[in-house]
Every structure is written in structure tokens, then in C-alpha cells.
Design a protein around this ligand. Structure first.
Ligand code: CO
Length: 167
């Protein structure tokens, strides 16, 4: 396993637009499992490939069943339907220890591919819809703080910088 590191804000890689995956080979499969392992190790609930420095359109996210915990993945995800709105508190492994309420669609239908290149469609709402939208944003170089007003964003960034200089 390659020792990937989580890229932290303001790393410029987090602002890049990721490219589609069009070869579904072992490398894609391995990357998905490594991303899942890193996310679990860091106690995250979602992770996008650019957060480990790889600008490919791959996201992983945790889903929780009654007594199971699984990691799902989506490659080249695209929101094909969205409705409603929800305000939920978000955080990000690339901006540790800061949180803010962000407005998102409450229900989404998202289309993508699995690691074998097969088409998959997820229909999800609330918590999972928020995570998937947050992770897809990463593929477009967007962070959750970009959804805030300029004043709130500035406050949060200065809080984050103070926090980081302490660590
Ligand atoms: Co994030």
C-alpha cells in the first residue's frame, strides 16, 4: 500500500478539476480499496480521490446498516436528479476541526460506474445525499466552505489557520 497523505486546505490540488476514469483495470480497483482504507483509518465518512492527490473522478463513502458498516464507491458520479433542500453541518478531512452548516439538495439520484466499469444508480436522501454532494464537489475543485457567505467563509478560514498553527 502506498502511503497516501490527506491533502489539506489550502493545497492547490484541492482546487483542480478531476478527470473521468475510462480504464477500469486493477489500478482503479486498487485505488478504490486504498481510498476506503484511508477513509476508515481517518474516521471519515466520505473521501474523494483528489484529497489524496489523485485527480480522478472517484469517491468513496460509508454507509451504515443495522449492524454493518460498508464502504460504497462511485466512479465518474453525476447527479441526474435533485430536489428539496437540507441544511446540515459538514466537515472535511481536508479542513480538519472546522464545521459549518451547508445547504444542499435533500434528495438526489446519482449515476456512475462501479470499479468494474458497470453502471450504477443510487437514489438517496438526507445524510447520504449530503455526503455524496460534498464528495462530488471535491471532483470539481470545490470545498464546503465555498457554499458559505464570504463573511462566514473568512471567519472559518481564519479559525482553521489558527487551529492548524497550533497542531
Ligand atoms: Co471533504
Amino acid at each position: 500500500m502506498i502511503n497516501y497523505e490527506i491533502k489539506k486546505y489550502p493545497d492547490p490540488i484541492l482546487r483542480k478539476i478531476s478527470s473521468n476514469v475510462d480504464i477500469f483495470d486493477n489500478a482503479a480497483e486498487e485505488l478504490v480499496s486504498e481510498m476506503a482504507a484511508i477513509m476508515l483509518e481517518k474516521n471519515g465518512i466520505g473521501l474523494a480521490a483528489p484529497q489524496i492527490g489523485i485527480c480522478k473522478r472517484i469517491i468513496v463513502f460509508k454507509t451504515v446498516g443495522e449492524d454493518t458498516e460498508t464502504v460504497e464507491h462511485l466512479i465518474n458520479p453525476q447527479i441526474i436528479e435533485a430536489s428539496g433542500s437540507i441544511l446540515a453541518e459538514e466537515g472535511c478531512l481536508s479542513m480538519p476541526k472546522i464545521y459549518a452548516s451547508v445547504k444542499r439538495y435533500a434528495c438526489i439520484r446519482v449515476k456512475g460506474k462501479n470499479k468494474f466499469g458497470q453502471e450504477v444508480i443510487y437514489e438517496t436522501d438526507k445524510f447520504w445525499a449530503v455526503i455524496i454532494q460534498h464528495e462530488i464537489d471535491h471532483l470539481n475543485g470545490k470545498l464546503f466552505i465555498d457554499h458559505l457567505s464570504a463573511i462566514k467563509r473568512r471567519l472559518l478560514i481564519s479559525k482553521y489557520k489558527k487551529q492548524m498553527s497550533k497542531d
